[in-house]
Ligand binder design. Structure first.
Ligand code: ADP
Ligand code: MG
Length: 342
């Protein structure tokens, strides 16, 4: 659906996007994750034909954005970082205006009605945009992107500046839209991307530094991860048994944390997952496993590592820094408050 080959973008002397390539299939929901200034908006602006590219090739729905810009643009609904809303128009006037601008062929009234229902703004359609809350204005921004029913939605920081309750509402809306659209969304906040996207492109300094699912990212980038075991059974025999498993490099006793058991740190050889074998052998001996975890890096650590170079190496140190995540906060907020335009 989207093909980007060796894309570069220069602003004056500054190379903001450096030889970036990726492709996105129909129906995917992909997150651009990267710190401010990474180049996310620049790439989105090029995909949508808002700005020109310096080098490379970009096509959307099979249409090259330089050679057939009108056809490429028709496939895309775009919510820019600063949605171009007209404050003095009502919601319906504005969507009618966008409908004319995009030269849409669907019957006007039912098409706009359907969009308003979909993004839950049908009850505010006669309000002036300036009188809406930020969450509702963002919905109107998404509604304008949906006019003309484009296959691809490109949403630049769709939840920035919203409160936790509004963030949850917009996330739900995006997940719902992903059933019928290919979606790219950007954020500089990991939890935002993690909550919605299956695939993550981490962008740093104009380059794609990772492109994978969240699960694979944390697995593949956690080399030398250790396994933590809490088990019952005679210490020296447990150690002997586990040390004999192929793929186990070492096992160290950590001490007694829960009475009647012992904690161990197991170092596996690279690229082997020995957890299944540990489980089978321990259960053969009827020694109980109370805990068995792979100490993989969290996505947060990986993000820091890929974008800063200042990642936290030890899990225990990282855990100290782990505050309540944004999504937890949002969930707590949702339980307490509700946004409703009345
Ligand atoms: P992001 O959306 O990831 O925050 P941007 O794509 O907005 O990043 O910016 C990438 C880099 O390009 C930044 O260093 C930014 O300062 C620079 N940049 C963006 N737009 C322009 C512009 N119109 N002129 C000059 N530099 C720009
Ligand atoms: Mg941006």
């Amino acid at each position: 659906m989207i093909e980007v080959k060796n894309l570069s973008k220069r602003y004056g002397n500054h190379l903001a996007v450096k030889n970036v390539s990726f492709s996105i299939d129909e129906g995917e929901i992909v997150g651009f994750l990267g710190p401010n200034g990474a180049g996310k908006s620049t790439i989105m602006n090029i995909l949508t034909g808002y700005i020109s590219l310096t080098d490379g090739e970009v096509s959307v729905g099979g249409y090259n954005v330089l050679e057939e810009p009108e056809l490429a643009k028709r496939r895309i609904g775009y919510l820019p970082e600063q949605p171009p809303l007209y404050q003095e128009m009502t919601v319906r006037e504005y969507l009618n205006f966008i409908y004319d601008l995009k030269n849409v062929k669907f019957p006007r009234k039912p098409h706009i009605n359907e969009i308003c229902r979909l993004v839950h703004i049908d009850h505010v359609e006669n309000r002036l945009i300036k009188n809406l809350s930020k969450g509702y204005r963002q919905r109107v921004g998404i509604a304008q992107a949906l006019v003309g029913n484009p296959d691809v939605l490109i949403l630049d920081e769709p939840t920035v500046g919203l409160d936790p309750k509004q963030i949850i509402e917009i996330r739900k809306l995006i997940v719902g839209l992903s059933k019928h659209h290919t979606i790219i969304l950007s954020s500089h906040i990991l939890s935002e991307i993690q909550a919605v996207c299956k695939r993550i492109l981490i962008i740093n300094n104009g380059e794609i530094v990772a492109d994978d699912t969240a699960v694979n990212l944390s697995h593949n980038l956690s080399s030398n991860h250790t396994i933590h075991l809490r088990a019952q059974g005679p210490e020296s025999e447990v150690k002997k048994l586990i040390a004999s498993i192929k793929g186990v490099r070492s096992i160290t006793s950590l001490g007694v944390i829960e009475p009647g058991s012992m904690d161990y740190e197991i170092e596996p050889a690279e690229e082997t997952d020995v957890r299944k074998e540990i489980f089978t052998r321990m259960s053969d001996r009827k020694w109980t496993i109370l805990e068995l975890n792979s100490n993989e890096l969290t996505l947060e650590q990986i993000f820091l590592r890929l974008t800063d170079g200042s990642f936290v190496a030890k899990k225990s140190e990282a855990q100290k820094d782990e505050a309540l995540s944004d999504s937890d906060k949002a969930a707590a907020f949702e339980a307490a408050f509700g946004e409703e335009e009345k």
